[in-house]
Each structure stands twice: as structure tokens, then as C-alpha cells.
Ligand binder design. Structure first.
Ligand code: ITT
Length: 238
């Protein structure tokens, strides 16, 4: 069994990841048992960069392959903000209800309720060996917060093709369609392919010291039958 660290303190996020990734070949540890770990400064310019900052920190501190998820909501009426600043945005309002009121008033004034959630997951296998998996879900902002499940912006986000907010869905329902599910499916497929043989041997250092490989998996989810088809394609960049 492989030991991997999920570098996150967010208990709700950890729970979502654990529920989605039920694998017998991988034991996933998380930071909630290691409270003394100092969080790195997330000063990247993208979700992917911030995810890499966190997963690299996990690898350095614990010396085992680590992965991290950086996510957020992008709202068209707020010029696609708060994006990578989603957590700080909520904190600046002090109270989540005030933040929701602000967002909803912008959405109403701009007559544009479009929004999406994005997740980038970075898996750091060893020094200079990082892989990014991405997931996105389109939707709209609700005219008022609804539901008690989930976390963060879930009470105001209605995924495309649904009437309920993420917070009105139970965890199973959210996990069947979420941005995190899309990214984790790619992650899981990558691990299935690579954990069987000598782990990740084809990854090499490049001149740029970072050799990024994007695993692009086209996942089509039938919302009624929830059948998932995955076609995997590797794209080298750099
Ligand atoms: P870690 O970095 O420890 O994993 P975090 O809460 O700081 O936890 P992020 O920086 O990735 O995680 O998340 C930024 C914020 O975006 C998060 O605190 C939520 O408010 C929001 N967010 C992320 N994913 C979400 C989801 O699935 N549903 C609702 N809100 C979400």
C-alpha cells in the first residue's frame, strides 16, 4: 500500500476527498493529525501554483508523496473574482452572510448570475516532479443562500442543470458532479496507471527543472445514470 499525504487542514474538504477516493492501494493521511505544521504562504498567481506550494510543502515536511487541492469560486458579476482569493474574500467580510449579501447584490445589479468552481490538485512525487489535475463546474449564483450542507460558497452555488444549491445536496450528490470530483477522477486514474509499476519513472527533470505533465482525461458524466467514461491522454508542456 502506498502512503500519500493530502496537505489540507480543511476538515470538510478532507472528508469530500476521502469519500471520493476510496482506494485499497493508497492510504491517505491528512494534516488534521499534525496541528503543528505551519501553513505555507499561498502567494501563487493561479490555483495550480497555490496547490503546488501546498503539496511541495507536504513533500518537504513529511518526505512522502503529497497532494493538495486549491479551489475557489469565480463569479462573472465580480469579474471572475474572488477566484484564488476565495478564502480571504470571505474572511474580509467577517461574517459569511455579509459576504453572500455582497455577492448577491452584485449579481442582481449586473443581471449576470454566471459562476464556476475550479479546483487544481497538485501531486508532488519528489523534488521537481509535480503533476496538476484540474476540475471545473459551471453554474449560477442563487438569489438567496440555501442549504446547510457542504462548506464555503456551497449555499449560493447552483450547478448547471440543477435547481438545488450545493449546500442543499447531500455529500453523495455533490461528490457526483463537483469540480473536486472531476479533478480527483484524473488524479485517481493517473495513480492507477502509475502506482502499479515503478512509481512515476517516466517523469524526468527538464532544463527548466520543472517537467509538467498534464493528464487530460475527458470525463463525461451522465447526470441521470452517473456513468463515467474516461479517456486518458498525456500532454507534455515545456
Ligand atoms: P486547505 O488549503 O487547507 O486545503 P482551504 O479552506 O484554505 O483549505 P482553499 O484555499 O483551496 O482551501 O479554498 C479556498 C476557499 O474556497 C475555501 O475556504 C472555501 O471557502 C472555498 N471553496 C473551495 N472549494 C469549495 C467547495 O467545494 N464548496 C464551497 N466552497 C469552496
Amino acid at each position: 500500500m502506498k502512503n500519500l499525504l493530502f496537505f489540507s487542514h480543511n476538515k470538510k474538504k478532507v472528508l469530500e476527498v476521502e469519500k471520493i477516493l476510496r482506494r485499497k492501494d493508497i492510504k491517505i493521511h491528512n494534516l488534521n493529525s499534525y496541528h503543528e505544521i505551519k501553513e505555507p504562504i499561498e502567494n501563487g498567481k493561479s490555483f495550480a501554483e497555490n496547490a503546488k506550494i501546498k503539496s511541495s510543502c507536504g513533500l518537504k515536511e513529511f518526505n512522502i508523496p503529497s497532494f493538495a487541492d486549491d479551489s475557489g469560486i469565480c463569479i462573472e458579476a465580480l469579474e471572475n473574482k474572488p477566484g484564488i482569493k476565495s478564502k480571504r474574500f470571505l474572511e474580509t467580510f467577517g461574517n459569511i452572510q455579509n459576504a453572500f449579501e455582497h455577492i448577491i447584490s452584485k449579481v442582481v445589479n449586473n443581471k449576470n448570475d454566471k459562476a464556476y468552481f475550479k479546483t487544481s490538485i497538485c501531486l508532488s512525487i519528489k523534488k521537481n516532479h509535480h503533476i496538476i489535475f484540474e476540475g471545473k463546474i459551471n453554474g449560477r449564483i442563487s438569489t438567496k443562500p440555501r442549504g446547510l450542507n457542504g462548506f464555503g460558497y456551497d449555499p449560493i452555488f447552483i450547478p448547471e442543470g440543477y435547481k438545488k444549491t450545493f449546500a442543499e445536496m447531500n455529500q453523495k450528490e455533490k461528490n457526483k458532479i463537483s469540480h473536486r470530483l472531476v479533478a480527483l477522477k484524473k488524479w485517481s486514474l493517473f495513480c492507477s496507471i502509475n502506482l502499479k509499476g515503478i512509481t512515476f519513472t517516466y517523469l524526468k527533470n527538464s532544463k527548466l527543472s520543472l517537467y509538467k505533465i498534464f493528464l487530460e482525461i475527458k470525463i463525461s458524466i451522465d447526470p441521470i445514470k452517473y456513468k463515467t467514461f474516461a479517456i486518458c491522454k498525456f500532454i507534455k508542456i515545456f
